[in-house]
Write a protein that binds this ligand. Structure first.
Ligand code: FAD
Length: 389
């Protein structure tokens, strides 16, 4: 019998691969460090691009998403208290975002995989990849009852996020790593507050960027630009709200921001990281294990889902037709999209943040004016933002 693919990590990347391999009759086992409850309740991303939503639909994985998500067609740039709406759907042949929190995507993917008889082990620890990653890979781990287990496999899908074990198992120097610090910090806030807007707001204020993102009818995510390395203790809840009120304020309007209980507050260091190639021998890296990107532009989860589809297709061709073309091309195909997304995210970071260097701040301002005034510039933004490509 064919050896299974071992998938390490049950985030969007790992569970998407698991479902697609299951549909393609390729044996696989998922190893996850957390509990089922942990992965089903971990709030992170919230926006599915049009192409990700279509991908879920194509594979019969979108039922609940399509009935329960909100679609979004426009965003707002709020510059010094004045609102500028950009209807990106109109500029991209009617494509939309689907606002559907990441934990719901994970919950749906997990349920589908289990309903299909899928094999997933929760609460595993000390996952180790054996040395022979090029020829005969094998993975060992300690299961939740304390037993040490080992499994020989055909391939390993490293879907264990940026801090996982798979990328670190690649011998030093075997892959190139590209890192960029954007020199910006974000205070990321999740609040039990109904949205105060129907569209995502990117606000530019003299004191820094503020973002109002949508999650559900009862929960909203907010971002505040803060200095790099800022201590979250400097931001008691009252200060968070007063800063959000100030930076999101709209001139000559009765618009107000609805407050709520803050349920998560942490400082994100805005950085990017890409590994090339996204494989070593029979270990393939997917999603955040291979690349992280700033949350600006909402690309991270979407890239993870894209990697998963490219990888699963390649594996299915290998299992059923002995074709290695897809596996050989995997890294190059994924990296094209990854670098394009990195470029877009960096461009958006420069667009809406106050830069310490006045010259660069002026450039950002000029770019934003161009985006607002030029239909061509707005259309180009729209395609990339909504994932129409
Ligand atoms: P993960 O979701 O990180 O999953 C990895 C899994 O592996 C986890 O379940 C973890 O428990 C498990 N694991 C880790 N180590 C091990 C181990 N050693 N053994 C076994 N299991 C292990 N993206 C967007 O597209 N849009 C957004 O709006 C957006 N907003 C974001 C906001 C925030 C605040 C953050 C932090 C991220 C945001 N992202 C966004 C990015 C997005 O959440 C990630 O890109 C996405 O989670 C990547 O999925 P993944 O499956 O690669 O990794």
């Amino acid at each position: 019998t064919a050896l299974p693919v071992v998938i390490i990590g049950a985030g969007p990347a790992g569970l998407m691969v698991a479902n697609l391999l299951q549909r393609a009759d390729v044996p696989c086992v998922v190893l996850e460090r957390g509990t089922r409850e942990y992965i089903e309740t971990r709030p992170r991303a919230g926006m599915l691009e049009d192409r990700s939503a279509r991908m879920l639909e194509r594979h019969g994985l979108a039922d609940r998403m399509l009935t329960e998500s909100d679609t979004h067609t426009a965003c707002e740039f709020r510059i010094d208290g004045k609102a500028h709406e950009l209807n990106y759907s109109e500029l991209s042949d009617g494509k939309t975002h689907f606002v559907y929190p990441q934990q719901e995507v994970v919950t749906d993917l997990l349920r589908q995989y289990l309903d299909g008889g899928g094999d997933i082990r929760f609460e595993v620890s000390d996952v180790e990849l054996q040395d022979q990653l090029e020829e005969t890979p094998s993975v060992s781990w300690t299961s939740s009852d304390g037993t040490r287990e080992q499994l020989d496999c055909s391939f390993i899908a490293g879907c264990d996020g940026f801090h996982g074990v798979t990328r670190k198992s690649i011998p030093a120097g075997a892959v190139k790593e590209f890192t960029h610090q954007h020199g910006i910090g974000w205070l990321s806030i999740l609040a039990e507050a109904p949205p105060s807007t129907e569209k995502v707001i990117y606000a530019l204020h003299a004191d820094g960027f503020a973002g109002h993102m949508l999650r559900s009818s009862t929960v909203s995510r907010f971002y505040l630009q803060v200095p790099v390395g800022e201590d979250v203790d400097n931001w008691p809840d009252e200060k968070v709200w007063s800063e959000l009120h100030k930076r999101l304020a709209l001139r000559d309007s009765d618009w107000t921001l609805t407050e709520g209980k803050i349920i998560e507050k942490r400082v994100l260091d805005m950085r990017s990281h890409v590994v090339e190639p996204m494989r070593y021998g029979r270990l393939y890296l997917l999603g955040d294990a291979a690349h992280i990107i700033t949350p600006m532009g909402g690309k991270g989860m979407n890239l993870a889902l894209n990697d998963a589809e490219v990888f699963a297709d390649a594996i299915a061709s290998y299992y059923h037709h002995k074709s290695t073309t897809g596996l050989d091309d995997y890294s190059a195909v994924c990296l094209r999209r990854v670098w394009r997304a990195q470029e877009f995210s960096q461009w958006m970071v420069d667009l809406v943040h106050r830069n310490e260097q006045p010259f660069l701040s002026r450039l950002g301002h000029a770019r934003l004016q161009h985006l607002i005034q030029s239909r061509e510039a707005a259309a180009s933004f729209a395609h990339m933002y909504v994932g129409a490509n």
